[in-house]
Design a protein around this ligand. Structure first.
Ligand SMILES: CC(C)(COP(=O)(O)OP(=O)(O)OC[C@H]1O[C@@H](n2cnc3c(N)ncnc32)[C@H](O)[C@@H]1OP(=O)(O)O)[C@@H](O)C(=O)NCCC(=O)NCCS
Length: 185
């Protein structure tokens, strides 16, 4: 598992859920504030933006902790061999069927960094860990539904925009999301 002098990555467990939910809310409310309105964020938290516990059960979701005597959970992210492109357990468009590595793109899912640890390379570390794990499972193409906030990082890492979609939210708002893809050799 990935380890730097600052961060240690490990597979997420069901016990991590309360800390993961708190991390995701802090991440979204601070780091997405320039990209989405408070009403869009309120409508998206817990549905479009949140943990898909299927990934924890599949062993494809990671958490990042600080290195030290009292590790803090400061990041998360995963990949999926299932068709669902984004969203938490109760999110829209749940498609649990398995993808074929020879034909399909692995899904890159739900990368969130704690705002106090942003712009320190943690998002990049989580992304490369997740891509490596998907590659080890035989996938050579990756796809994601990125928030507007994620686009600069993913573009830097070779992802290209496929299309922009507006995901309808329960409170009448819509969340603009960018479908992005990357092929690795
Ligand atoms: C998107 C996110 C995961 C990036 O995490 P991070 O740890 O800050 O990213 P990194 O430090 O690895 O960034 C690497 C590079 O990506 C680019 N980048 C990252 N965030 C950026 C931003 N907000 N604006 C512009 N460029 C950005 C920069 O080039 C950065 O390098 P630099 O800091 O040397 O300029 C983080 O902002 C986040 O958690 N956002 C809220 C949740 C979210 O929207 N996640 C995406 C879900 S699909």
């Amino acid at each position: 598992m990935q380890h730097t002098s600052q961060f240690h990555l490990r597979l997420a467990a069901q016990d991590d859920l309360p800390a993961l939910n708190a991390l995701i809310e802090a991440s979204v409310r601070r780091l997405q504030a320039n990209d989405y309105t408070p009403r869009q964020i309120d409508g998206a938290l817990g549905t479009v933006l949140g943990v898909d516990t299927q990934l924890i059960r599949d062993g494809t979701y990671f958490v990042a902790e600080t290195v030290g005597r009292l590790p803090l959970l400061v990041g998360c992210g995963g990949w999926s061999r299932r068709r669902t492109l984004f969203g938490a357990d109760c999110g829209p468009g749940r498609l649990p069927e398995l993808l074929d590595p020879a034909l399909d793109s692995a899904r890159i899912r739900a990368i969130f960094v704690h705002p106090d640890f942003a712009r320190q390379g943690l998002g990049s570390l989580i992304l490369s860990t997740v891509e490596d794990a998907a590659r080890q499972a035989g996938f050579h193409r990756f796809e994601m539904g990125s928030t507007l906030t994620g686009v600069p990082l993913y573009a830097l890492r070779g992802y290209v925009e496929i299309e922009r979609i507006a995901v309808p939210l329960g409170n009448g708002e819509a969340l603009p999301v960018v479908k992005m893809a990357k092929i690795v050799t």
